[in-house]
Structure formats: C-alpha cells, structure tokens
Design a protein around this ligand. Structure first.
Ligand code: SF4
Ligand code: SF4
Length: 408
C-alpha cells in the first residue's frame, strides 16, 4: 500500500470509528488500569471467576490431546509427511525451507535438552535455600530473571492440578516434587515468517519459538534450583498452557483456542516453570476479547480446514476426545486442523496471523486496540483490519520481505 492510499484508508477508518462511537449510545467508559489501556485486572480473583465451568469438568490426559495421538489414523498421515523433505518447487515447499525449519527445530520444545527437573541445590554457605524477605521479593527477582533469559512477558499462577494432564501429576508424585507456583512465560515468535503460514516456510517461526522456549525455561529452572528450590521446566505437554496463562494474568482465551495477550497479540508461545518456591500470584485480566471474538470470526473465515466455528462459546459434547469437557469456551475441531496439516505436509498457523490482534506495535495496531477495547464499536476493528489488507495469503513478496527484514 503506498503512502497516499494508506492515509486515505486511515482517514476513512477514523471516520468509521468516530461514526460508530457517535451512533452507539451504549458506549461505556473504557477502564484504564495499571496493565495498560483497556485492560482490567481482576485483583484477588482466580480463573474460576472469569471462565465458566460445570460438573463435567474432570481429569484430562495428555495422551488424548491431538499432539500425542500419533498412532491415530487421522493423525499418522501428518506425522509421516511432516518429517519428509519437500521436493516441490516454489517458495512454499522446497528443500531450502525444509532445511530452515529443521535448523529452527533444535529442541522442538523439549526442555530435556537443557533441564527438565532439577532438585533444589544446597547452598554452599549453610546448605539451606536462599531466604527471600517475602513472596513479593521472590516474585520480583524470578520475574526479572525470566526477562533476563529473554522471556517476552511473564506472570505467576498458583499450582493447580485441575490444569495439569493426569500424566504430569503422576510424574510429580514419583519425583516427590510438590509444586506451589508456576512461572508462565510468553516467548515472541518472528512475525515476518509466521505471515508465510500456511506454507512450509511459516513452520520455522513456530519451531524456532519451541527451541527458544525450551532454552528460556531451562535457564530459569536452573536459576531457581540454584537458589535451593526444586523446579520443573515444562513445554506443551506439561500443564495446559492457555488456562495457566489466564491464571497468570497474561491474557484471554479466544475463538481460535489460543491466548490473546494485550500487547503481544497472538504471535507467541507459552512455556512454564513449576517450582516449590512460594511466589506472589497474578490475577486474571480481561480486555474485551470475548466481545471482539463474538463479532469478528476472521479466523473462522480464513481457516482452510473449517476447524474454527462461528458459533458462540459452548460446553464440549464429548464427540472429540481432544476437546476437554466442562469448560465453556470456543472449542475448535483439532482433528480437522491436523487432517489439513497432513494434507499439506506442514503445520499451519493461518488463524494466528489473520487475527486482528496479530500485529507489530504500529499506530494502526494501537488504534485497533482502542477500538477493540471499546464496547459497542469493537466490530469496526475487523473492518479496519480487512481494509488495511491484513491477513492476505502470503506471496513471493511476503517471502522476500522475511529475508530482507532480518537485520545484519
Ligand atoms: S492452524 Fe490452520 S487449519 Fe488449524 S485451526 Fe488454525 S487456520 Fe485452521
Ligand atoms: S480472528 Fe477474530 S474471532 Fe478469531 S481469535 Fe482473532 S479476534 Fe477472535
């Protein structure tokens, strides 16, 4: 888009917003709190106050998630194809991009490459764990250490067995490990490469994110254990990332099933470090995602497999064992999603990149965020997003820009 077009569209967008505000008599004042514009922090509340659950909420197994159903006929096609070098020509499927993805995939989120469980190490002076003044001081240093190791954002949740896979709880028991706190971290991915989804080229973004999260969690785990407190660094298979991140005050669940963060949007991964160290817990936040997703549906419109539904939040009926029962949410059809991955031979994150929350922090993004946080006019943000041309399928030009934007 040239500058003239851009300014014309911006003026039009501003007019649309102003017009909508004028006609909406239901607009309420926007809450401005410490966490940022339009973000409401629910101090003293827990995930049970912001997410609806019913009596069907019960234990859930890692073996039932779509990621671990490798022997399932629905999924085996994907796992067979994803590990085979692509021979097709073009920017999306070639050996070159396969090589880039493999390089990105050094740990594939497997924290054992660094440390997984590490017992609290005896202090060389008196053999006791480091004594913090209080939980607040402990959290101050743990959060800053996480940022030092390159977490993009960090929050702290209480340990809650309800959001662990049954297999995790068993392993903690075997280790004699009693976690009390969970340090939940967001790790930003490269947005330029994610824009290449649903092609093989896009896959390097997610895979590099997995390697980075394993490294960051491994380092933080060692830091905590050297202070004398046992720690366990966990990737996707270790605790349910989205509810734990909601508990840790990092964002809200969305229609496409992932977490939306008020600043980072959608293009990041989540990793956790479990520890016996007692920390100060964060509170859940809301910033209008529920309202926004109710109107937007852009991910559902653009999902190539039809795995994202356009209906409202609901309780799962049990027809797909990978969707947990007893939580009112926007459930996606992970079987359809993986069937598509199998068809194309690489993973896909198109839902993440078409979402209006997926943006670098440009002024357009900031304006969209203001609109998204404003009850009564937030449906305008999707309109603005489409108008600015966000979320189009990648082209050769998108691919060139990815390489050009890497600073050397
Ligand atoms: S990853 Fe792709 S196929 Fe799966 S839900 Fe998202 S857009 Fe749909
Ligand atoms: S694309 Fe729209 S409906 Fe889908 S998660 Fe993003 S904001 Fe929600």
């Amino acid at each position: 888009m040239n500058r003239r077009d851009f300014l014309k569209k911006s003026a039009l967008a501003a007019g649309v917003v102003a017009g909508s505000v004028a006609v909406s008599s239901a607009v309420k004042p926007i809450e401005v709190e410490a966490k940022g514009f339009g973000v409401k922090e629910h101090k003293g509340k827990t995930i049970y106050d912001v997410v609806e659950m019913n009596d069907e909420f019960g234990p859930f197994y890692w073996k039932d998630t779509i990621f671990s159903r490798k022997s399932d006929p629905v999924k085996s096609n994907f796992f067979a194809k994803i590990n085979a070098p692509k021979e097709h020509e073009g920017f999306d499927h070639n050996l070159f991009n396969y090589a880039l993805a493999q390089g990105s995939n050094l740990s594939n989120g497997d924290t054992t490459l660094f440390y997984k469980f590490r017992k609290g190490q005896p202090n060389s002076v008196d053999g006791k764990p480091h004594k913090f003044k209080d939980k607040k001081e402990a959290s101050y240093y743990i959060k800053r250490a996480a940022k030092f190791y390159k977490a993009t954002d960090v929050g702290i949740a209480p340990y809650d067995a309800n959001f662990m896979y049954v297999e995790n709880i068993e392993e903690f028991k075997e280790l004699g490990f009693k976690p009390k706190s969970i340090v939940v971290m967001c790790v930003l991915m490269n947005h330029d490469i994610l824009k290449l989804y649903p092609t093989l080229a896009g896959m390097s973004g997610a895979w590099l994110g997995y390697s980075n999260m394993a490294e960051i969690a491994g380092k933080l785990g060692v830091f905590i254990s050297e202070l004398g407190y046992s720690s366990y660094a966990g990737g996707n298979e270790w605790g349910m990332a989205v509810p734990l991140a909601i508990s840790a005050g990092l964002g809200e669940g969305s229609r496409m099933g992932t977490l939306i963060h008020p600043e980072l949007g959608t293009g990041f991964r989540i990793v956790k470090v479990f520890t016996e160290l007692e920390l100060e817990y964060d509170s859940p936040i809301t910033f209008g995602v529920e309202d926004f997703c109710n109107n937007c549906k852009k991910c559902a419109d653009n999902c190539p497999s039809g795995a994202i539904y356009k209906v409202g939040k609901a309780y799962a009926d049990g027809s797909n064992i990978s969707t947990r029962k007893g939580i009112k949410k926007w459930a996606t059809n992970s079987e359809k999603c993986y069937e598509y991955w199998g068809e194309v031979g690489n993973d896909c994150g198109r839902c993440i990149t078409v979402c209006p929350y997926f943006k670098n922090n440009t002024w357009v993004h900031k304006l969209s965020k203001v609109v998204a946080s404003t009850p009564g006019v937030n449906n305008v943000a999707r309109y603005m997003d489409d108008m600015f041309g966000y979320g189009k399928l990648p082209t050769e030009d998108t691919y060139k820009k990815f390489w050009e934007n890497i600073e050397i």
